[in-house]
Design a protein around this ligand. Structure first.
Ligand code: DNO
Length: 395
């Protein structure tokens, strides 16, 4: 397996030397500066590639192997194959990165919001902080800040009462903070930052789009883009929904084993692949992670490895240290290594330690939420240890 590291570009607090020191060799990056929907140019992709791959004398070479992500505009999710211009622009971006030799592209198909949390710095027993999704705080936001019409029907009376109490106890700054975290899009998000009125409008635009429609739109998108990907040897990897269940009354269709099976059945192209994310899938107790890895092994080209702990209410969760939490990372890695052994060297799975606790010096620094250097470095070191013990040292 290839050791990856997400790098947010030249302005990020984590540098390419930090990536080298963490021991990663493969960079995961995107042209985050590009407005969603605008076609990337080969020139811009080459500039980013040259930043990553021009190795100063005496330093370890790095390779830009994965694009995470080329965002899919809202219109494609709402209109499917009818969003012709948007799909063409997406293909142009695919071609721009493929021309640079980058062969793995990650994307997601979550409507309106990408990954969602309610707290960025939940204090763990060690003093390190983790990201968390708290069901009551989420409900407080949805019911009393966003005031989404019809939302109350999706909560039990007990939930509504509790979340109202939570809302009433929240000082103004906390309400502003949760609004910012949810609507302004977390780092790397592939959706646009929104204000509350714009957020309401976006939600309303999905009226009449249920899971079956959304799935059909994803299938139409894949039917349109996989020929271009196949022609260039590019693998498209669909990131699971995070969390893997509907939010804000919007459907989500990449949450379970059955969801992925339906997509691979509908679009068998070998370019139709999966970004296997333990942290996202693991939030559902009914997702059997090693089984999913085994079943879809040949479709997995990119893996996000981290652990989450489901909390007592069955809805809330927080991010744990990489080998703690609800996932058996050893069992998962056994499956991925077995698949890797079936492949050629060029084709091995790129994995990255996903998210990390904010700890040690990072507690004093400005960090990118979810992506502090030290917590991720710890995670990568632990994952690397497992791979050595399995007799499959990563490259
Ligand atoms: C969060 C990330 C996501 C992911 C996109 C993929 O940490 O895993 O933002 O990059 O959903 O398109």
């Amino acid at each position: 397996m290839r050791q990856g590291w997400r790098w947010f570009g030249p302005d990020a607090p984590v540098t390419l030397d930090d990536v080298r020191q963490a021991g990663a060799t493969n960079v995961v990056s995107a042209l985050h500066q590009m407005p969603i929907g605008e076609a990337w140019t080969e020139k811009a992709a080459r500039e980013r590639q040259s930043l990553i791959e021009t190795t100063p004398a005496g330093r370890t070479p790095l390779k830009w192997s994965v694009v995470e992500s080329i965002p899919i505009p809202d219109l494609v999710k709402r209109k499917g194959g009818k969003a012709k211009a948007e799909i063409e622009a997406w293909i142009a971006s695919l071609e721009a990165v493929a021309a640079c030799g980058i062969k793995i592209i990650c994307y997601n198909f979550m409507p309106v919001v990408d990954w969602t949390r309610t707290e960025l710095d939940f204090v763990t027993p060690t003093g390190a902080t983790a990201m968390r999704f708290d069901h009551e705080r989420f409900a407080a936001f949805e019911l009393f800040v966003l005031k989404r019409p019809g939302a109350e029907k999706e909560y039990s009376q007990e939930d509504r009462e509790r979340s109202e109490a939570v809302f009433r106890s929240m000082p103004e700054e906390e309400i502003a903070e949760i609004t910012r975290i949810i609507t302004s899009a977390l780092p790397g998000s592939t959706t646009e930052p929104l204000t509350i009125p714009a957020f309401r409008e976006r939600l309303a635009a999905y009226q009449g789009i249920d899971a079956a429609r959304l799935r059909q739109h994803l299938i139409e998108f894949l039917e349109a883009v996989t020929p271009a990907a196949e022609a260039r040897g590019v693998k498209l990897t669909l990131h699971p929904d995070d969390p893997p269940r509907p939010l804000f009354g919007l459907p989500r269709i990449a949450s379970t084993e059955a969801d992925y099976a339906a997509l691979f059945d509908a679009v068998p192209s070998e370019a139709n692949g999966m970004c296997y994310c333990t942290g996202s899938l693991g939030v559902r107790a009914d997702n059997d992670l090693p089984k999913i890895a085994r079943r879809f092994a040949s479709r997995i080209h990119f893996a996000h490895l981290r652990a989450t702990t489901r909390e007592g209410d069955g809805r809330s969760f927080h991010e744990s240290a990489h080998l703690e939490g609800d996932v058996s990372m050893v069992d998962v890695l056994k499956e991925l290594v077995a698949e890797d052994r079936r492949r050629g060297l060029e084709d091995t799975i790129v994995f990255r330690s996903d998210h990390g606790h904010r700890m040690l010096d990072d507690l004093q620094k400005t960090v990118t939420p979810g992506y502090p250097a030290i917590g991720r470095l710890r995670g990568l070191a632990e994952l690397r240890g497992i791979l050595h013990a399995l007799g499959a040292p990563p490259t």
